[in-house]
Design a protein around this ligand. Sequence first.
Ligand code: LMR
Length: 327
Amino acid sequence: MKPSRVILASILFIALLAVPAYAKPIIIKFSHVVAVNTPKGQATEYFKKLVEERSGGNIKVEVYPNASLYDDTIALEALSMNACQMAAPSFSKFTSFVPQLQLFDLPFLFNDANHLHNVLQGEVGKKLLGMVAKRGLIGLAYWDNGFKQLSANKPLLEPADAKRLKFRIMPSKVIEAQFKALGGAPQVLPFSEVYSALRQGVVDAAENPLSNFFSKKFYEVQSDLTLSNHGYLGYMVVTNKIFWKKLSDQQREIVSGAIAEATEYGNKLAMEMDSRYLEDVKRAGTTVHELSAEQRLAWKEELKSIYPEFYDVIGKDLIEQALATGK
Ligand code: LMR
């Protein structure tokens, strides 16, 4: 029996109703806490552009910079529940569930950027990328920011200069131990609260890569900055398994390809921006101090003394493997 015209019309009507649902773009909410004019901010914008172009608008990336959606700790919770699909928190923010990532917080671990990149791209980096799986996350890439510099409202030239200062820190036991070793008082605060905490004297001092120091105007609330390069701040770009599984193979290819290109783009920018930001910081009026070889050695000796405390937490093997990569 032939279907009646009424039935055919109903089928067509229902099919038409269903079209907008299929045509609805997939949304990637990408949360981060820094300004747009930073390496991470720019890499995220570039990722958005590539994904939207290549998917013909079928995948939309909503970027939320400056912690406008979540602070990193909340973003990681939201990611696990698929309330947010991507983020790129710094390594310290993973401490509660992948304490091994504190490897990158160890002071004076890397000889230079080459050493760091060899660790990130090698065995150690691969191992750590896989460890976020226990929270239902997928590590997609590592993004650079840069080496951290110390700041305060007085020159920090010798380790003893840090005594009794309240340092704002990220949630990392390694960074906590670092400032305790100097006789300082570390205090964990979200990045979005650092400016006002420095301004109100809740904390006296901080450690930041130059791009974060400049783009968040910390030069307004810190008179002195020491080019200590004592530690590194970088990011792991993460998504979640719930979202990833919902994508088709082709969509996953678009997202992975865009991440790979954004990584290259952002990491190149991170290198270039560092020297530009140094000039900006100087122009903004913060006094910049270089350390003499002896002064640097004194910081190094003092801070490296904390390593044994973390042999169990991070893994002595992992630390030794990272150190050996630089030889
Ligand atoms: C911080 O909290 O200082 C950093 O993690 C901010 C960032 O994302 O660079």
